[in-house]
Design a protein around this ligand. Structure first.
Ligand code: ADP
Length: 304
């Protein structure tokens, strides 16, 4: 379990993370979704004990990251796949981690196999790795100590479609075995396909959270009739607010059953009635974060 409570991070006068609270439960993949600059990495760095918060706290299994004994065996962290010494080989990086965690060397080969880095690739220097290979190595490093919790910042970046598919299956199985996964992405589709729970962040603040089903539900209903003005009247009389949507239909916040009953009562013949999932999270994401996109950046180089 990861518990984030009232987390705020100021960089000078700039609030990068603003009173953020959420929980990630075991057995689920929690997707942390937000546009670039929303505050995802800062939040994850605070959880992993790399950046001190200005206010609030983040606990893992009830304790602060810095107080976890042999943390790599409890929490696997991948925040920046390129943050490795470029002159070391992939195998050397995993070997050093294994030594630090007191693990048998057999884990190194197991993890290399798991992430499909070949023997030849594992002997190449990381500076010559593609971003996708670095991500695979980073995931191997995060899983090395067989932790029950994984924190991954944009792990899909640089992976090819087959790599993304592989990572999804890996995380799904990991969560199904009771693991806790917090994974960030600025790509809606990534989160939509993998996450059970979703936290949407914009401008440093949580703007929506819930299970995927709950968030999709808030997408409302798409409805279309031959006689659109009769449809609009029927919805208005039932107190349902509707707005024009693509495909010459209407979109409502109400669920399909409520809309269906309202138009049936009014005797309007429908051409289409369905959950507005076509856009789904995407529409919600754009609505929620569109006007909270950062327009100004703080002065670069302020240190944590
Ligand atoms: P995300 O991971 O969602 O893209 P970040 O957490 O990296 O967002 O950044 C959130 C905001 O905080 C951005 O505007 C970024 O420029 C700013 N920021 C992050 N780290 C620092 C820092 N060390 N100094 C100043 N500003 C920072």
């Amino acid at each position: 379990m990861i518990t984030v409570q009232g987390l705020t991070k100021m960089y000078g006068g700039f609030k990068a993370v603003d009173d953020v609270s959420f929980e990630c439960r075991p057995g689920a993949v929690t997707g942390f979704l937000g546009p670039n600059g929303a505050g995802k990495s800062t939040t994850m760095r605070i959880i992993a004990g790399l950046t001190p918060p200005t206010a609030g706290e983040a606990r893992i299994g009830g304790i602060l990251y810095q107080d976890i004994p042999n943390p790599g065996t409890q929490v696997g962290v991948l925040l920046d796949a390129s943050a490795q010494h470029g002159g070391r080989t992939g195998r050397e990086i995993l070997t050093m981690s294994a030594i630090m965690m007191g693990l048998p060397m057999s884990r190194v080969d197991e993890m290399l196999n798991l992430v499909s880095l070949t023997a030849g690739e594992s002997k190449r220097r990381v500076r010559n790795y593609s971003l996708g290979m670095r991500q695979r190595l980073g995931i191997a490093n995060a899983l090395l100590g067989d932790p029950k919790i994984l924190i991954l910042d944009e792990p899909a970046n640089g992976l090819d479609p087959a790599g993304i598919h592989w990572m999804r299956s890996l995380l799904r199985e990991y969560a199904n075995r009771g693991g806790t996964v917090l994974l960030s992405s600025h790509l809606l589709h990534e989160i939509e396909v993998i996450a059970d729970e979703i936290i949407v962040i914009g401008n440093g603040r949580i703007v929506a959270e819930g299970t995927k089903a709950e968030l999709l539900q808030t997408a409302g209903t798409f409805v279309k009739a031959g006689d659109m003005s009769a449809l609009a009247n029927a919805l208005t009389s039932a107190g349902i607010t509707a707005s024009p949507s693509g495909d010459a239909g209407l979109r409502t916040e109400a669920d399909p059953e409520t809309v269906g009953k309202a138009v049936a009562t009014a005797g309007v013949a429908l051409v289409e009635l369905r959950p507005a999932e076509g856009a789904g999270l995407e529409e919600m994401f754009l609505e929620l974060t569109g006007d909270t996109q950062r327009e100004q950046r703080p002065t670069e180089g302020v240190q944590a």
